[in-house]
Every structure is written in structure tokens, then in C-alpha cells.
Design a protein around this ligand. Structure first.
Ligand code: GAL
Length: 384
């Protein structure tokens, strides 16, 4: 009933030309109805602000446990005020063609879209796992569109940075593994989470020729228009930051490895007062774990680990408010205003995943942190 009422109000308000301020405030973890009264379906998402409107892209999930794989594609919603979202449909559908890399039933996660001012194109990157291969493919997919809401044209997928050595390893490490070394590594069980014998200085060498593994990912556009792809690589043990070409469609040929062997995923980068920050999680699949914060003066590092960004009870810190980061959104027109967007996954009924949006606050040392709020609105950023 509430949903129907909201729909009617939303439609009436649109007709009257003012969509704002219907749903307010943010209520982390609750059902979040769109203009049709349906819970927003944009998991592992990210937001692009373009010409006065926010566009929220994310994984379209379906009901049940099977809903974690891609049956539909990447959804897109639009909003002027961040509270009220209009369903703009499917920006990138999965393919009905069983030969397509993005065939229905593939795993298509954490889609992100950025706008390229030079080409006038919208560029989407996502983590792609080929159908029926579990998480072994570890590829990056790219799609492009002339219109922000799509349709996006799928360009293809790859493991990034084939044949390129990381910029931040000593020259004597820039050599492929010997056959013996490669054979020894192939015997180690690498489940995508920490293991005691994780070969933290060898996997990038093993994958040098064919390209680096790329799972959980994000994109970041710097003030100078240069864009970067951050991804969990090397069986999730090490994060890579990789510059994109000027058209944002490919890796540009320069990347670094950070925190080798620390197993970070769900990385989200933002910049505040000239410093670069990454909020990430540990690697425990759909289960929650304590988030992590890191910082650097230059995107090329050195990156420094700064502990946990979540402040609260032990339980809240241990589970990061039962959520995992997906994006840090700079709020337009407000100073020092960032929203940490996270997912509260429901792997047993994927469509019911909830969104945990919390304001980032800055402590006396200028470092970001997040604190639980039952309800909040953008007025939070006006507080002294
Ligand atoms: C998480 C990851 C999600 C998804 C999930 C599958 O660790 O952040 O994007 O891949 O694992 O278990």
C-alpha cells in the first residue's frame, strides 16, 4: 500500500515538474522503493553524476540463490536528489546467445560507468566470469554507449595488462617464472582468500604474459581527467591500480600492485583535499568482515594502510554494519561530502540485498570514517 501511494505521489510530482523530496531521509538497510514502488535492483553499484542527474548502475539480481548470477544485466536508475530513484531499465542486457561471453548465467559484477569528455561516450567496466566456470576467468568486461542510460554495446573482455610489468616492482622481479617455479605454484590451493603459503611475489609474474586476474573492481576519474581501474588481482591477494587509455576503453600500460598478500576486495577510491583514499574489505565472499582504509599522496603510491574506517560497537566494526563497500560518491555542490555506498548481500535471495549508505565523516586528523545511522539526510553535511 505504501508503495502504491509512493508511486502515485511520485508520478503526480513528476507531472507537476518537481520530483524532489518525496522519499527522505536515507534509511540504511530498509527496502528502498523506486518510482514504481519496487525495491531498487542495482547491487554492487556505482553512481555517475552527469548534467545535473545522478545515474546509479548496478547488478540486476533475481530471487533465490540463483539470483547471484546475471540473468538480466546491468540496471540503471536516475535521480536528482539521491533519495528518489527512477527505474531507467537495463543499460546492458546479458545475451541470449550461448556463445556470447556475457551470455545469460555468466557472473557480471560491480559494474561502474564513467563519462569520457573527449569522446563524448559513456564507458562501463565490470567484473566478468564466464558461464559455468565459477570465479576462474577473473576478467574485465567493457561496454560503451552514446547515451548515459544505454543501450551499452559490449566491446569484449580480457585480463588486463598482458605483457606489462607493474611500475612499482624492482627490475630484478620483472621476469617470467621459470617452469619449475610455475609448476610449484600450480600445486598451491588458492581459494581467493588468505592461505598461509600464498605466493605474494610470484603470481603477477605467472600471469604476466596472459594478463592479470581482475575480480572485484572500481573506476576512478581524477581531476585531470585521467581514469583508473582498481581491481583485486593475483587470486584476490593483491590490489592493482591501472591507468586507462584516454578513451577509457583499455589499460594504458601503467599499473602498480598494492598491499601484496593482504587480500583486499570491494575497493572504492575517492580523493579528499589532495589525498587519495581506498575503502576496501577483506575476502570472505558474501559474508561481512571489517572494512579497511588506505591513503596515498599520489595515486601511484606509496599507499599506507590506516586501519578500519567503521566506527561503532565491536559487532559493527567486525561486520562493517553487515555490509561491503561498493562506491564512494562525492555529493554534488557540497564541500567534504561523500557517501559510502555498501551492499548488505542476501546470497540466499539475491534480489533482497539491501543498500547501506552512510555519510563519510572526517576526524580531527582529517581521516574519513563512517558511523551507523538509522536515518539521515544530506543535511548531515551542513553540520559543523
Ligand atoms: C565477494 C565479492 C562479491 C562477490 C562475492 C561472491 O567477496 O565482493 O562481489 O564476488 O564475493 O562470493
Amino acid at each position: 500500500m505504501k508503495h502504491i501511494l509512493f508511486s502515485v505521489l511520485f508520478a503526480a510530482s513528476l507531472a507537476a515538474g518537481h520530483a524532489a523530496e518525496l522519499l527522505k531521509p536515507f534509511v540504511p538497510g530498509e527496502i528502498w522503493p523506486d518510482n514504481n514502488g519496487v525495491h531498487i535492483n542495482a547491487h554492487g553499484g556505482g553512481i555517475l553524476f552527469h548534467e545535473g542527474t545522478y545515474y546509479w548502475f548496478g547488478q540486476h539480481m533475481v530471487a533465490g540463490g540463483a539470483g547471484n548470477v546475471a540473468h538480466v544485466g546491468v540496471s540503471v536508475y536516475s535521480s536528482k536528489d539521491l533519495y528518489n530513484w527512477m527505474d531507467d531499465g537495463i543499460a546492458l542486457p546479458v545475451s541470449e546467445d550461448s556463445q556470447s561471453e556475457i551470455t545469460k548465467g555468466c557472473i557480471l559484477e560491480r559494474p561502474k560507468v564513467i563519462y569520457n569528455k573527449k569522446t563524448g561516450k559513456f564507458v562501463m567496466w565490470f567484473h566478468l566470469e564466464l558461464k559455468d566456470q565459477g570465479y576462474n576467468a577473473a576478467r574485465s568486461g567493457v561496454a560503451v554507449a552514446d547515451k548515459v542510460t544505454g543501450p551499452y554495446q559490449y566491446l569484449g573482455s580480457f585480463r588486463p595488462n598482458a605483457g606489462v610489468w607493474p611500475a612499482n616492482v624492482p627490475d630484478d622481479r620483472k621476469k617470467p617464472l621459470t617452469e619449475e617455479e610455475a609448476a610449484a605454484i600450480s600445486k598451491i590451493h588458492l581459494p581467493g582468500g588468505p592461505v598461509p603459503d600464498y605466493p605474494k611475489e610470484s603470481l603477477f609474474r605467472l600471469h604476466h604474459e596472459c594478463g592479470q586476474m581482475a575480480r572485484d573492481m572500481n573506476l576512478f576519474v581524477d581531476d585531470d581527467g585521467k581514469a583508473y581501474h582498481l581491481y583485486s588481482s593475483e587470486h584476490n591477494g593483491t590490489l592493482h591500480i591501472s591507468q586507462l587509455t584516454d578513451d577509457y576503453l583499455k589499460p594504458a600500460g601503467k599499473y602498480i600492485r598494492i598491499f601484496p598478500g593482504d587480500f583486499n576486495e570491494a575497493p572504492a577510491m575517492f580523493k579528499h583535499q589532495g589525498k587519495y583514499y581506498i575503502i576496501s574489505s577483506g575476502c570472505t565472499g558474501w559474508s561481512h568482515n571489517p572494512a579497511r582504509l588506505s591513503m596515498a599522496d599520489s595515486i601511484w603510491g606509496p599507499w599506507k594502510s590506516l586501519g578500519h574506517p567503521a566506527v561503532g560497537t565491536d559487532e559493527q566494526k567486525a561486520t562493517t554494519f553487515e555490509s561491503q563497500s561498493t562506491f564512494v560518491l562525492p555529493v554534488q555542490g557540497k564541500k567534504d561530502a561523500f557517501i559510502l555506498m555498501s551492499d548488505r548481500w542476501k546470497p540466499e535471495n539475491a534480489i533482497d540485498g539491501r543498500y547501506i549508505w552512510l555519510p563519510l565523516q572526517f576526524n580531527d586528523d582529517g581521516l574519513p570514517f563512517s558511523e551507523w545511522k538509522d536515518k539521515w539526510d544530506l543535511g548531515e553535511f551542513e553540520k559543523p
